[in-house]
Design a protein around this ligand. Sequence first.
Ligand SMILES: C[S@@+](CC[C@H](N)C(=O)[O-])C[C@H]1O[C@@H](n2cnc3c(N)ncnc32)[C@H](O)[C@@H]1O
Length: 232
Amino acid sequence: MPRDWFAGSVADRYDEHTAALPVEPVVDVLAELAGDGSVLEFGVGTGRIAMPLAARGVPVHGIDLSPDMVAQLRAKPGGEEIPVAIGDFSTTTVDGTFSLVYLVRNTIMNVTAQEGQVACFENAAAHLEPGGCFLIEVVVPADRPLSVFDLSDTHVGVDEYEAATQALVSHHFTLVEGRWERLSPPFRAVSPAELDLMARIAGLRLRERWSGWGREPFTSGSTSHVSVWERP
Ligand SMILES: C[S@@+](CC[C@H](N)C(=O)[O-])C[C@H]1O[C@@H](n2cnc3c(N)ncnc32)[C@H](O)[C@@H]1O
């Protein structure tokens, strides 16, 4: 099993730190793609997206390797009702097939080897019914070796990127009870074109690519994308 970077205080603070992120536009797109089917979230975490999607009447299942993140989900009203398998979403299987498997908030990049990312696509495809979709939200790889992505009184975030290997380290410096704590999880950046090849290896084909949840066009200037591949 890969290392759990979301254990302990990261899980405790996750919802607070992500409170400003949009949820409704995400759930709108996911609910439409789900149609009348059930969905599976890879990296379901605290249920930030799974819970409001389930509240729309969509049956949601999840896979996550972090017991502490899933404990946060379980502590929410109705959180016990979402079936979650603890495991690596590149290899863990659950019963049933789904109209939609989705992986948001750059979580494909938590898989730090190309082989594992391909396995993730293959595992998603194996859980899809014919006509079902796999959706990923992820940033495009950086165009510079160092970038500051957050700078506040209590948190400084610096990305360190090596284009030659696609290795990215996100350094988080967080002020906790008067002391600066550092956490530097590793990621693997991946381009839209490489993701399309992974999809093809898994027997999926690209259906849509937007630059955001409002279905804005994806262009050369886009810094992130929402991509949808379909199982024929
Ligand atoms: C950035 S959080 C996103 C959580 C949730 N999807 C959201 O949008 O708030 C990433 C989640 O993916 C989980 N995760 C990362 N790599 C994983 C893997 N290989 N298998 C299963 N879960 C993984 C982490 O434990 C964490 O809960």
